[in-house]
Design a protein around this ligand. Sequence first.
Ligand code: BGC
Length: 423
Amino acid sequence: MDPKLFPKDFLWGASTASHQVEGGTVNQWSEWELAHATELARTAAKRLSWLPNWRHVRTAAQEPENYVSGKAVDHYHRYEEDFDLLKDLHMNSFRFSIEWSRIQPKEGAWNAEAIRHYHRYIQALKKRHIEPILTIWHWTMPTWFAEKGGFEKTANLADFDCFVKKVAEEYGDDVRYVITLNEPNVYASFSYLTGEWPPQIKKPLTFFHVYHNLAKAHRRAYAILKQAHPRLQIGVAMNMANSQPKTTRNPFSVLFAYGSSYFWNRWFLNRIRKQQDFIGVNYYQTNYYHGFATRNPTTPVNDLGWYMEPEGILSVLTQIQAHYKKPVIITENGLADSKDRYRRWWLEQTLIAIQKAITQGVDVKGYLHWSLLDNFEWSYGWWPKFGLIAVDRDNGMKREMRPSTRWFGSFLGKLQTIQKRSE
Ligand code: BGC
């Protein structure tokens, strides 16, 4: 790797989302967890015993409390300590989300203390010279909004507009980068197509409607934010997969790989072409298509059984360049790896791939690893460990850097020294 290939102002950092780390959130997800924890624990073996590491995770996966976010990792109160860790890692940026249900717990009612909290939070980052990258919506919503039908009803978009206005008014002067929505494709699919996530609806038509509404919500949010603060850099964080045919000899494999790239990666981005200053990429997966089915190699896989091909990010980045020619921030990238066997390898391969993308002309502005901390992994609960920092929830929420993280931190430190020397 040639350190000089990374621009000096490259954003190096990590990402989180409010519900997954803060603790004490009350929203449509926390309600769903309490209603479904027992059932999720009871059905864990049926859903997950195919995992290669099932015997290591079975005890945790069969406990109902695994499925409750509860105090999470208490980031709401420990954020200063967590930001110091970012500094120790020589990071200069951090992505987080604002919890809508805290800011607007009741329809029409704003919570002044929660608003002040995020002011203090952003200032704590800036004091440390860490660029705040603010996500407005990372899947959780106040219960009153969910009860009205959430993004299923176009009329409800007015409520989201109000929240966006509030965010613009309160924090617009303090940040430069705003991500309106996190992975609308994943949210719409899991909540309205496969029905695994709240509100557990399995209706293709509703899925399309929600997906369209999210595109509308983004376009409206973009207009609101730009009007209030023209200098803001605004985008979405899109889950993008590297879809490839297993063999180009099978025309169906080629067709499905192409179709999947189109619908999964680009359909939404095509609808917001004129309303994005950068593209946020969340990359986790490469899928090989054999006909319409995916046939991935069986190794290496992470703790969730996801096939790992870190260098696949190169193809996603060049695809963005070919279709959109916009700056890119890698807003999420990482792996569930409780034993930290693969993280360093994943990081190294990813950074090499990013360098290749840069030399091929992709304007990559930053890399934010998912995640800074071990966190609540939605319907899987607590057992998957994505954190650069391990958190011992049974032992005073103690934070500990994983070995691969120490490596990453020292890599970033060396990079900084080399870049300063060449100034
Ligand atoms: C989401 C995160 C999640 C991560 C790992 C992304 O799809 O944005 O919230 O924790 O993947 O599954």
